[in-house]
Design a protein around this ligand. Structure first.
Ligand code: F6R
Length: 359
């Protein structure tokens, strides 16, 4: 039931702070330690490489997961698009461990990979929102996202739930291996800050609604740019805009623009820079400048501690590992309001199904 909400998508965006709290409740002890089964952690610890597999938004959550696992566990981690991975002949490491990301647990391409994984007798884990879904039943282990039903076709709370759960898992695995980054990462405190930060962002909807009107209502195209984790969020942000508002959007590694794509920038093209990582903030800012010099209308989504006068959307500060959980929220809302302002059916965009059960 969507209650007083005009569309499920807005309700689901608003539910994200509670989903963060729910995940902390489900997966952290009173003292803030991850509670994950020993069998699962042993199998992951024994692996020499993690393979994350997903489609669409779940693939994008995997791109964030790679960075979390590598930073906290030092285990090499690959991320694959399921429809590609299923039909390649990947050279696997000696002891691979597979992590499937799937909100629905029914995506046919991801299932095809799992069938191959099982025929090779490899261990696997599914992170899913749906108990007893196909991918949950057929994997060695399952962890539930506890996000509540996601009805809108455009995925929002499942993306943030997947990232939060990956962070909990990376923390648990890294700590077990005495990795300093993992041990120093206060996951409970951070998820608390994330929940509060998300709440502050969704409480400022009207600001984002106005930006959506000014920048996206009449544009045929738009760019999200960033580096590292911010790049992965720009891919997800562009997907949201494309699928529900039909604005042709690209998520781009900001340093790549001048290797060709900057030719597309015209007078008034919206370019949104996501800036949450200290190491690359200055670089993304100068890439934004380059687009501005060619006529782009720029917007910034910036972590508070990196903010400068003139920035558009300021994100509350949290640990740099988890910034995708905040930076994606304004992008979800920008997509939502653009779709709404165009009078489209936000929850049921054309040509799309919630769960893609054909390959
Ligand atoms: C985009 C979206 C899709 C799904 C994709 C995978 O908003 O919802 O890209 O993320 O179809 O679906 P699941 O996660 O159910 O495997």
């Amino acid at each position: 039931d969507k209650g007083t909400y005009p569309f499920y998508m807005l309700k689901e965006i608003d539910e994200q702070p509670n989903v963060m709290r729910k995940l902390a409740q489900e997966y952290l002890s009173d003292t803030g330690k991850p509670v994950i089964s020993d069998d699962l952690l042993n199998d992951m610890q024994e692996a020499d490489r993690l393979y994350i597999v997903g489609a669409g938004t779940s693939y994008h959550a995997g791109l964030v997961g790679k960075r979390l696992f590598e930073s906290m566990t030092q285990k090499p981690t690959e991320v694959h698009i399921s429809s590609e991975f299923a039909y390649e002949q990947p050279i696997l490491s000696e002891k691979p461990f597979f992590i499937f990301l799937s909100q629905s647990g029914e995506t046919a391409d991801s299932r095809e990979v799992l069938v191959n994984v099982n025929s090779g007798n490899y261990k696997s884990l599914t992170l899913t929102n749906v108990q007893n879904s196909t991918l949950s039943r057929e994997a060695t282990y399952t962890l539930l996202l506890h996000a509540g039903p996601e009805i809108a076709v455009a995925s929002t709370k499942a993306y943030t739930a997947q990232i939060a759960l990956e962070a909990i898992l990376a923390k648990a695995l890294g700590e077990r291996d005495n990795q300093i980054v993992a041990s120093n990462f206060d996951i409970r405190q951070q998820l608390g800050l994330v929940a509060t930060g998300m709440q502050a962002l969704v409480d400022e909807k009207n600001v984002i609604e106005n930006i959506a009107k000014d920048y996206f209502l009449n544009t045929p195209n738009a760019f999200y740019i960033g580096r590292g984790l911010d790049w992965t969020v720009s891919l997800e942000s562009a997907l949201k805009l494309k699928e529900i508002s039909y604005v042709q959007a690209e998520g781009f590694a900001s340093g790549e623009l001048k290797h060709g794509t900057i030719a597309l920038i015209e007078e008034g093209t919206p370019v949104i820079g996501i800036i949450t990582q200290k190491r690359t903030a200055g670089l993304t800012r100068s890439n934004l400048q380059e687009t501005m010099a060619r006529g782009a209308k720029t917007i910034t989504i910036v972590a508070s501690k990196l903010a400068k006068p003139g920035d558009t959307i300021i994100l509350p500060d949290i640990d740099e590992h988890l910034t995708p959980l905040l930076s994606v929220v304004p992008a979800q809302l920008l997509a939502y309001y653009t779709s709404l302002n165009k009078g489209l059916d936000v929850d049921k965009p054309r040509n799309l199904a919630k769960s893609v059960t054909v390959e």
